[in-house]
Design a protein around this ligand. Structure first.
Ligand code: AMP
Ligand code: GLY
Length: 425
């Protein structure tokens, strides 16, 4: 089977690696992929948002199944477009993708279905912002309604900041929407919970904890994610039941009632307080870097799972997981999430000897004249698994120290919550 994988990050390299190990014989084409995927698949350099050109290429390479990694093509309706053109695709359709594509849509759904989430107000003008400010205590969270490439959320400590940021969004700072969602600030511990769903059923697809802040000790600005581990021990059995009953089932039933059942991976971003889950956000895809720590623990054939999902037969597959703990540390370009250098040479990756349980997933890399270059803020994801996260982290850091790249940095404290709490973790 010829498979197309859409995207170019660490998540897609991890998906590509897993697909390449499938027992179902396949040939993978990455659109556009990165230097890591080029070793196990054929990279096709193209703009994934130009759907007509993408369709031409998919036909040229006789693709039978398309797996979509990132949110933007999903929110813009790639799955609907491919299905209309008789190509099977894994991922939610345009309507269901509004769970991530519009925070206002997601919040209205929460209200209708009584899903626990932060109190909020959808605002179209300054008067509405001022009204919300009068009734609520600081800090407050200002969110752009539409997709904002991870830059749409600001936690504000002053009223002035809330007003200024809202005004910028009203003026069109983000092209996707001019609406603002104001929210109360939730305290607690964050966790990422995943499911996979077809038209009729869903199954849990792992848990993880990401580290969003750039600096050790969870300080500094937000990033796309500096490292993660799976599973997330905070998601105990009791909490899992609550997440499913209070958040997952009402959401899936809402979409079914609206004749747009959810299909694909769904990322449930949570704040946990006193063993109660509150929904922060939905993402209509796997997380990045969460995917890189969940997939190495997956024992069931990924292509079998995806094929069953696309054919609405998820019920008949048993998804098995390893009990090992997995961690990834993101090696970033110095300066990220601000300005950073691109096209900087990473010298010796090809010659590094790493253990069988360790992977280097590429995120922002490419080959040019046989040299490996960085192309983004998040560049490599050094990933490993084992019985004890402290040892796993030591192993990862050992590998990072061998990488000859002068323009990189990383957080040494990934997993601090679980490693410091419990020596035997
Ligand atoms: P989002 O894009 O909605 O996931 O927001 C990005 C990050 O901002 C989240 O991962 C949280 O760390 C933080 N955040 C968003 N909303 C809230 C909230 N209501 N209370 C506290 N933190 C939040
Ligand atoms: N790790 C955060 C995200 O994938 O959005």
């Amino acid at each position: 089977m010829n498979i197309a994988l859409i995207g170019s990050g660490g998540r897609e390299h991890a998906l590509c690696e897993k697909i390449s190990n499938s027992k179902i014989k396949n040939k993978i084409f990455c659109f556009p992929g990165n230097a890591g995927t080029s070793k196990i698949a054929t990279n096709i350099d193209t703009n994934i948002l130009n759907f007509n050109n993408l369709l031409r290429l998919l036909k040229l390479y006789k693709i039978q199944l398309v797996i979509v990694g990132p949110e933007e093509p999903l929110v813009k309706g790639l799955v609907d477009f491919l299905n209309k053109n008789k190509i099977k695709a894994f991922g939610p359709n345009k309507f269901a993708s509004k769970l991530e594509g519009s925070k206002a849509f997601m919040k209205k759904l929460c209200k209708e279905k009584n899903i626990p989430t932060a109190n909020f107000q959808i605002c179209n003008n300054t008067t509405q912002v001022l009204k919300f400010l009068k009734k609520n205590e600081l800090p407050l969270v200002v969110k752009a309604d539409g997709l904002a490439a991870g830059k749409g959320v600001t936690i504000c400590k002053t009223k002035k900041q809330v007003l200024n940021i809202s005004k910028e969004i009203f003026k069109g700072k983000f092209k996707s929407s001019k609406k603002v969602v104001l929210e109360e600030f939730l305290e607690g511990e964050e966790a990422s919970f995943f499911i996979i769903a077809d038209k009729y059923h869903f199954k849990i697809f792992g848990t993880a904890q990401d580290h969003k802040r750039v600096k050790e000790g969870d300080l500094g600005p937000n990033t796309g994610g500096m490292g993660a581990y799976s599973p997330a021990p905070i998601v105990n059995f009791e909490l899992e039941k609550k997440i499913i009953k209070k958040i997952v089932k009402p959401t899936l039933s809402y979409l079914r009632q609206n004749r747009n059942p959810y299909k694909g991976f769904l990322y449930v971003g949570l704040m946990i307080k006193n063993n109660e889950p509150y929904l922060i956000e939905f993402n209509v895809r796997m997380g990045d870097p969460e995917c890189q720590v969940i997939l190495p623990r997956l024992k069931t054939d990924l292509i079998k799972i995806i094929k069953n999902t696309v054919n609405n037969n998820l019920k008949n597959i048993n998804i098995k997981w390893s009990s090992k703990k997995c961690m990834t540390i993101v090696l970033c370009s110095k300066g990220y999430p601000g300005k950073y250098k691109k096209q900087s040479i990473i010298k010796n990756l090809g010659n590094l000897k790493i253990k069988k349980n360790t992977f280097i997933f590429h995120a922002g890399t490419k080959f040019k004249d046989k040299k490996l270059l960085s192309t983004g803020g998040r560049v490599l994801n050094i990933t490993s698994y084992g019985k004890n996260l402290m040892n796993v982290r030591q192993e990862i850091i050992k590998v990072i120290k061998k990488i000859k790249w002068k323009d990189g940095f990383f957080r040494k404290d990934i997993g601090w919550r679980v490693i410091n709490k419990n020596e035997n973790n």
